[in-house]
Design a binder for this molecule. Structure first.
Ligand SMILES: Cc1cc2nc3c(=O)[nH]c(=O)nc-3n(C[C@H](O)[C@H](O)[C@H](O)COP(=O)(O)OP(=O)(O)OC[C@H]3O[C@@H](n4cnc5c(N)ncnc54)[C@H](O)[C@@H]3O)c2cc1C
Length: 370
């Protein structure tokens, strides 16, 4: 059996970006994906926001990767022919009680080295978003934007093909065995291949894949994010991205309003821990809930203006009830010397950070070490 230099498990945007980084330098990479095509999980079920990095806790790898990833995304997406727009994001304080949190995010932005973030008056916020409801102040992050996530997945998949990467779809990794040369990886159906090194980029299933590869004890908690989209003419009511403040202890940045590169306006995502790695067959959040959330920022949006859209399931490392919305990413070789790098808890802003994460992995475990 031929032994590949590297097997990447998971053809989401991060697995694809990592694959490209190694393949471009001449490594023989095999990409393994349990679905019959790339990017069917988180990577195409997200808000498509290019995060500025202002809303990520300073001092974390996650914050550094967000800011670095933001810069890279604006370079890479146009090169790959993927739609991307630097429209800026607005964090809106609706009353005086929100102001301390707005100021805190401003401090985070400065600490994270995010360019151009500034507090603005309601009048300037309404120049950007004329239909904005209550606002006492807002934080403008000009480097925030939007990218066509599905387009990015497709472009990176084509890059992998161009670079001669062997892509094995319908390869659901179910067993792994350490060998003298590295790892033997198999499906339940008995398909087997060999690689010297492995990158585990299996998203919400990465804890399970880590256990197969000799790193037990990592639990990734699935957290459902549901959306609704605005129908008809009211889609023109939003130009950029509007964030507010979720209740304390909410396990995410909060439901926000997003205008996508295809002109859709999304309300969401919600954040509800669940057992399953898959979203439920039917939406669980009533449209009335989305209408209440949307109309708080764009008054006049009602239930009749909304319809549900497919949900995403986040890969969280922070357990339910921890009250922490900003868990750290874990990217490490484990056990040391095993030749397996695991990416755990790479939730938002993982899309934004994808190229920076690929570089990070590649710099720490360079191609010459394969
Ligand atoms: C609701 C929601 C909203 C988000 N919004 C944003 C946003 O606006 N901006 C942003 O920057 N980020 C956002 N994110 C985060 C971003 O989408 C993720 O961080 C990113 O897509 C993670 O990419 P990934 O490749 O690690 O994971 P995934 O896309 O989940 O890919 C993992 C892949 O591994 C495969 N796999 C799993 N197990 C196996 C196995 N045993 N064998 C083979 N293959 C396997 C899966 O099928 C899957 O294709 C959001 C996420 C969610 C869920």
């Amino acid at each position: 059996m031929p032994v590949h230099d590297l097997a990447v498990v998971g053809a989401g945007v991060i697995g694809l970006a990592i694959t490209r980084a190694y393949a471009e330098l001449g490594a023989d990479v095999v990409l393994l994906e349990r679905e019959s095509g790339p990017g069917r999980e988180q990577s195409t079920h997200n808000s498509g926001v290019v995060h500025s990095g202002a809303f990520t806790r300073p001092g974390t790898v996650r914050a550094w990767l967000a800011v670095e990833g933001n810069r890279r995304m604006y370079d890479e997406a146009p090169r790959l022919g993927v739609a991307i727009e630097r429209c800026g994001t607005l964090m809106v304080a609706q009353n005086d009680a929100d102001l301390p949190r707005l100021w805190e995010y401003q401090r985070w932005a400065t600490a994270n080295g995010v360019d151009g973030v500034r507090l603005i008056e309601p009048a300037e916020a309404r120049e950007i978003e004329p239909n904005l409801g209550l606002c006492v102040a807002a934080l403008l992050a000009p480097s925030g934007g939007r990218v066509h996530a599905a387009g990015l997945v497709q472009a990176l998949n084509e890059e992998a093909s161009r670079l001669g990467v062997e892509r094995r779809f319908d390869f659901d990794l179910a067993a792994a065995r350490r060998t003298v040369e590295g790892w033997e990886l198999s499906t339940r159906l008995g398909e087997t291949l060999a690689a010297r090194r492995v990158v585990n980029s299996a998203g919400v299933r990465a804890g399970r894949v880590a256990a197969l590869l000799g790193a037990p004890g990592h639990r990734v908690y699935p957290c459902l994010g549901e959306y609704a989209r605005v129908l008809g003419e009211k889609r023109s009511w939003l130009r950029t991205m509007v964030y507010g403040f979720p209740p304390p202890g909410y396990p995410g940045i909060g439901v926000h309003l997003t205008r996508t590169t295809s002109g859709e306006v999304l309300v969401g995502p919600t954040a509800t821990y669940q057992e399953s790695f898959e979203p439920p067959a039917l939406p669980t959040t009533p449209l009335a809930t989305f209408a209440a959330l949307a109309s708080a920022y764009l008054p006049g949006i009602s239930e009749r203006d909304l319809e549900p859209v497919p949900a995403g399931v986040r890969a969280k490392l922070v357990p339910p009830g921890s009250g922490d919305a900003f868990g750290e990413y874990q990217i490490a070789e484990e056990p040391e010397g095993s030749g397996v790098v695991h990416l755990l808890g790479v939730e938002s802003p993982g899309l934004t950070a994808s190229f920076a994460i690929a570089e990070f992995v590649h710099e720490h475990w360079p191609v010459r070490s394969l």
